[in-house]
Design a protein around this ligand. Structure first.
Ligand code: AMP
Length: 190
């Protein structure tokens, strides 16, 4: 199995690149942000619970997030592998992911982090907010809070996988295709 964590701050292009990677490598794409938004749209209890946090740019509690992720992974017993996008967001979630994959005789293959500077991220997210309808993309103070949460809570995930030599950084600035080629170079080594 190839299990890739596509990592990086909000607006770094994880979702866009995951969509291209899953076609080429035939992997299952799991975006916890997309799963929360799907639940939100359908007014499920999970969606309503998550909304309280998403609207402020805070992380949804781990128990809720990890359960949702586990269920999604278990829906695909025959997967060739997964692209995890927006998960894990803290070290506790990383440990939960490792345990889940281990129970399936597998492990995280690599964490690839898309490197983009803050001002470019804010610009991209505000631009996306004009069409995405996402409240958390339309308000600069919520965007800045998401970045703060990323640096405080999520960047330790990079260090966590770096200890086993699995973390790598890629320049996330450039055309969609240029960034995709950089990612493929790394994927082909897995
Ligand atoms: P994203 O689409 O990945 O930017 O996620 C949007 C929002 O969903 C985040 O700001 C969080 O509120 C929530 N979220 C997504 N993934 C996670 C996660 N792994 N843990 C906690 N909250 C998450």
């Amino acid at each position: 199995m190839i299990n890739l964590i596509l990592f990086g701050p909000p607006g770094s292009g994880k979702g866009t690149q995951a969509a291209k990677l899953l076609k080429k490598y035939k992997l299952i794409h799991i975006s916890t942000g997309d799963l929360f938004r799907f639940n939100l749209k359908n007014n499920t209890p999970l969606g309503l619970e998550a909304k309280k946090y998403i609207d402020k740019g805070e992380l949804v509690p781990d128990a809720v997030t990890i359960n949702m992720l586990t269920e999604k992974v278990n829906e695909h017993p025959d997967a060739k592998g997964f692209i995890f996008d927006g998960f894990p967001r803290n070290v506790h979630q990383s440990e939960a992911l490792d345990a889940l994959l281990k129970s399936k005789g597998s492990a995280v293959s690599a964490l690839i982090s898309l490197d983009v500077d803050d001002e470019e991220l804010v610009k991209r997210l505000l631009e996306r907010g004009k069409t995405s309808g996402r409240k958390d993309d339309s308000d600069e103070s919520i965007i800045r809070n998401r970045l703060k949460v990323y640096y405080n809570e999520t960047t330790p995930v990079f260090d966590y996988y770096e200890k086993t030599g699995k973390s790598v950084k890629v320049n996330g600035v450039g055309t969609l295709l240029a960034v995709f080629r950089r990612l493929c170079k790394l994927m082909n080594k897995l």
